[in-house]
Write a protein that binds this ligand. Structure first.
Ligand code: PBG
Length: 327
């Protein structure tokens, strides 16, 4: 034993205090964006079947929820809308009295300091459930761009602080930047879903937002999970087109991609901890198979360690509470 040379890594692990001195990655409540589903109608607070403790809110019940979010110290929310009317071209995505536009106005009037992000997509508003215009069973790229730009402008007009386009048409950032600038919204940043994979982990979200495609799938516009280099090309083109933040989605099975995008771009990177990732932890912890709090904190810290600056997560309120308790 005497002649054995080795490093004593355990010296830095021997007490909670030393461990916290050398901890490299930290979660802060300011890191989180909390997603909220808003639905047309009155007196609605529907729990999403596959997402325990996540609700669809009608606007008359929204204030209480937002007040709670703000009181927990969360600084940012993103809205997804469920309209009561859908059509072929997603009219209520870009209508001044669309559900998302109304929610933004209401929340900004009550909490002007809260950063309100608008998800900019058509799938929740089209009767076929695709993210763009359809012709002969195909999702057309360029005609969809005009509708997205219109949607973004109407959201900015309602008071959205950040526009987050998620539909994966080519050129969507360019079209939206152009639309916003022309309408005078130079200062409204674009948080682009730059790297969005065609993922089975979106299943519960589609229950929540009622946005499953009525035919086919999203594989002709969302990315193949097997591709890494393509993620760099996607991020690169969004930067050239004017993106201010880059989202990688999903997060948990794509930590390598988060690191890649962060290192290559130097841009603020957002990890989208998606609905299926939420549902898995909820299901396992409700069965008593894993410890919810410890699992959630471990997985969120792994996203930051991978290079994410910001995390969009359905766990934001829980984590804000846990971080408060540990102070
Ligand atoms: C809209 C959109 C989706 C999600 C966010 N925006 C669904 C999809 O692309 O099918 C999924 C989010 C989640 O699973 O939490 N295009």
């Amino acid at each position: 034993m005497k002649d054995l040379a080795f490093h004593r890594h355990r010296r830095l692990r021997q007490s909670a205090s030393i461990r916290s001195m050398v901890r490299e990655t930290h979660l802060h409540t300011e890191d989180f964006i909390y997603p909220i589903f808003v639905i047309d109608g009155e007196n609605i607070k529907n729990e999403v079947k596959s997402m325990p403790n996540v609700f669809q809110f009608s606007l008359d019940l929204l204030d209480e929820e937002i007040d709670e979010v703000v009181s927990l110290g969360i600084q940012s929310v993103i809205f997804f809308g469920i309209p009561n009317e859908k059509d072929e071209v997603g009219t209520f995505a870009y209508h001044d009295h669309g559900i998302v536009q109304k929610a933004i106005r209401q929340v900004k009037a009550r909490h002007p300091e809260l950063t309100v992000i608008a998800d900019t997509c058509l799938c929740e508003f089209t009767d076929h459930g695709h993210c763009g215009v359809i012709e002969e069973g195909k999702v057309l790229n360029d005609p969809s761009l005009d509708l997205l730009a219109k949607t973004a402008v109407s959201q900015a007009k309602a008071g959205a602080d950040i526009i987050a386009p998620s539909n994966m048409m080519d050129g969507f950032v360019a079209a939206i930047r152009h639309g916003l600038d022309e309408a005078g919204y130079y200062d409204v940043p674009i948080m682009s879903y730059a790297v969005k994979y065609s993922s089975a982990f979106y299943g519960p979200f589609r229950d929540a937002a009622n946005s499953s495609p009525k035919f086919g799938d999203r594989k002709t516009y969302q990315m193949d999970p097997a591709n890494r280099l393509e993620a760099i090309r996607e991020a690169q083109s969004d930067i050239e087109e004017g993106a201010d933040f880059l989202i990688v989605k999903p997060a948990l099975s794509y930590l390598d991609i988060i690191r890649e995008v962060k290192d290559f771009s130097g841009y603020p990177v957002v990890a989208y901890n998606v609905s299926g990732e939420y549902a898995m932890i909820k299901a396992a912890s409700q069965n008593g198979w894993i410890n919810e709090k410890e699992t959630v904190l471990e997985k969120l810290v792994s996203m930051k360690r991978a290079g994410a600056d910001i995390i969009l997560t359905y766990f934001a309120k829980d984590v804000a509470r846990w971080l408060k308790e540990s102070k």
